[in-house]
Design a protein. Structure first.
Length: 368
């Protein structure tokens, strides 16, 4: 009897286990797929592969500047440099020296001596009717000097106090100087006399300066981030622009557009800003550099704006869109200065370690 019960129990368990295994994964019956008539596609001749031409570079494509000449290394920081109006010469500041480079041969042609302190500003005068041009240099030795570069001689030395920057009037008869003491000075070249001196309303250092193309206005940028527009004839402040948005935003550089309709400024916060000088309104703010921006220069036709900075880069910007057009790194050194060749085909950048001798270089780049 017990054997019969045991056998019956085993049979029931086997039946239950089989039922459970079948219930673990019940399958849903899939209805048979409806057969639709298919047609055999006609044999197609494969299309030949086409080669897409590379896109034409536009202002929205960041191109690379190509090095044309490395004008020496081992110099001091190149705080300033400028092309002669005829494009034949490039002058660069090297501590207290001015090096003159023959562009065609890419060789140093002469050295101008006379300053005893770092040179912060260089500016060629507009050409005279005879086609000649002279050079002004601003130094922390307390002088601005005027040079006949062709003859290699100093023509005049003006006692200005520590001079950070210098620029010429469009007629080439006067210079304006910005100083450590916050002065804006105007000197007449033929008489070698100071015509006027104005004090910054905030007494801040004037570290950038530029004469408007029509000669009516002098723009200054100060250590405290304020931009002043001065009446060049009277010395009255016609407009002040608060150019900073953070705690400190030195106006390290400024440049008028060739037609005078815009004023570009370079700032400590890494921005390049474009202003409408007639209204003082901000037109465009370009967040283009890491660290300070120092050098700033418009292309001769106004189509591009070049900037240089602490991030060791030189960048060419589209001043309408604010997009980078071309850029390049400069020898792993902060880049202090930039200038365009008169024909707009090349741009020069000067770099160096701050206030260190024998650690600097100037490179000339071809504009793509």
């Amino acid at each position: 009897m017990n054997k019969r019960r045991l056998c019956m129990t085993i049979i029931i368990l086997a039946i239950l286990l089989g039922a459970c295994q079948g219930a673990e994964a019940p399958e849903t019956a899939t209805p048979p797929a409806t057969q639709t008539p298919t047609s055999i596609p006609p044999t197609e001749t494969p299309m030949p592969a086409t080669t897409t031409p590379p896109p034409t570079p536009t202002r929205h494509t960041v191109l690379s500047l190509h090095e044309w000449a490395d004008l020496g290394t081992g110099m001091g920081p190149v705080f300033s440099q400028d092309w002669s109006p005829d494009g034949m010469l490039l002058v660069t500041a090297d501590t207290e020296l001015i090096r003159v480079w023959d562009v065609s041969s890419r060789q140093e042609s002469s050295v101008l001596t006379g300053h005893s302190g770092f040179i912060w500003g260089l500016a060629w005068s507009p050409p005279t009717p005879e086609g000649t041009s002279i050079l002004a240099s601003a130094s922390q030795d307390g002088t601005v000097r005027i040079w006949d570069v062709a003859a290699g001689v100093e023509m005049a030395a003006f006692q200005t106090g520590w001079a950070f920057c210098v620029d010429w009037s469009p007629d080439g008869q006067r210079i304006t100087v910005g100083t450590y003491e916050g002065e804006v000075q105007v000197w007449e070249i033929p008489s070698q006399q100071m015509l006027s001196s104005w004090r910054s309303p905030t007494h801040s250092m004037v570290i950038s300066i530029g004469w408007s193309p029509d000669g009516s206005t002098i723009a200054t940028g100060e250590l405290n981030g304020i931009i002043y527009l001065w009446n060049a004839a009277t010395g009255e402040v016609e407009r002040s622009i608060d150019g900073y948005t953070r705690e400190r935003c030195d106006v390290n550089g400024l440049a008028w557009s060739p037609d005078g309709s815009q004023l570009a400024t370079a700032h400590q916060d890494g921005f390049v800003r474009l202003w409408d000088p007639s209204s003082g309104q901000l037109i465009l703010a370009i967040d283009g550099h890491t660290g300070f921006v120092r050098g700033l220069a418009w292309a001769p036709d106004g189509s591009l704006l070049a900037s240089t900075g602490q991030d060791k880069r030189i960048v060419l910007w589209d001043p309408v869109s604010g997009l980078a057009y071309a850029e390049q790194h400069h020898n792993r050194l902060p880049v202090w200065s930039v200038s365009w060749s008169p024909d707009g085909t090349m741009v020069a950048s000067g770099a160096g370690a701050y206030l260190e001798r024998h650690v600097g270089a100037t490179i000339v780049w071809r504009v793509p």
